[in-house]
Ligand binder design. Structure first.
Ligand code: ATP
Ligand code: MG
Length: 206
């Protein structure tokens, strides 16, 4: 069986994230399960105004709302429950213990692929998981090959996932909310409703 990990801050989760996972599900990798892993973020330590961000429980809930429509996806509270910074290498080790017979796939957007060689225990990550990379934008799609060469040079296995890039970021969405701009074409409708009902991201301090 193939288990894919897709981690991030998801503050908030957006259609770029679900688009990436949908493309992964439809790709040659065709994972049996995709584990969506919101990272633990300590807003006090990160030095951000907590009113401008969602808390851990809210990010988990938004991920559940966004990914419940996709097959074979499950949202995990593993990193959030740990309550400290989790390195992807630690989370992969945890998945290896949970699913010892599975092949692991780490799913990343192009910006994450570019920095992956510098991540904590990158050698372990690259040895443990195939990397599935999705471009975030048309412009980045031309760079994916170069980024993947760097990972391959470290002995990694990389699959570039064919996807129509959906060029949006959580940062841009938070800015749009502060400026009272419509976000409905970038965020799942249930997530939009949740953001409104919980009054998240209203403060301009990013
Ligand atoms: P922020 O602006 O707060 O950094 P983000 O939009 O980059 O938010 P993250 O939670 O940082 O979202 O990203 C989680 C993962 O999703 C990363 O691997 C990132 O590369 C990937 N990703 C984010 N946005 C997209 C997108 N539009 N298309 C494809 N992958 C994406
Ligand atoms: Mg990001």
């Amino acid at each position: 069986m193939i288990t894919a990990l897709f981690g991030g801050t998801f503050d908030p989760v957006h259609l770029g994230h679900t688009n990436a996972v949908r493309s992964l599900l439809e790709s040659e990798i065709s994972p049996h399960r995709v584990i969506i892993m919101p990272a633990f973020v300590n807003p006090f330590k990160a030095g951000i105004n907590t009113e401008s961000r969602a808390d851990c429980g809210q990010r988990l809930e938004m991920c559940r709302l966004a990914f419940e429509k996709l097959p074979r996806c499950q949202v995990s509270d593993y990193e959030i429950k740990k309550g400290s910074i989790s390195y992807t290498s630690d989370t992969l080790r945890h998945l290896k213990t949970t699913y010892p017979d599975d092949d692991l796939v780490l799913t990343v957007g192009s910006d994450s692929l570019a920095t992956l060689p510098t991540w904590n225990r990158a050698d372990y990550i690259i040895k443990t998981a195939r990397i599935a990379a999705v471009s975030r934008s048309e412009e980045e799609s031309h760079k994916l090959k170069d980024y993947s060469e760097a990972v391959k040079a470290m002995g990694g296995r990389v699959t570039i996932i064919k996807a129509l890039p959906f060029d949006i970021s959580s940062t841009e969405i938070r800015e749009k909310i502060v400026n009272n701009q419509d976000i409905s074409c970038y965020v799942d409708e249930n997530v939009v409703q949740y953001i409104v009902s919980e009054s998240i991201y209203k403060s301009g301090d990013k």
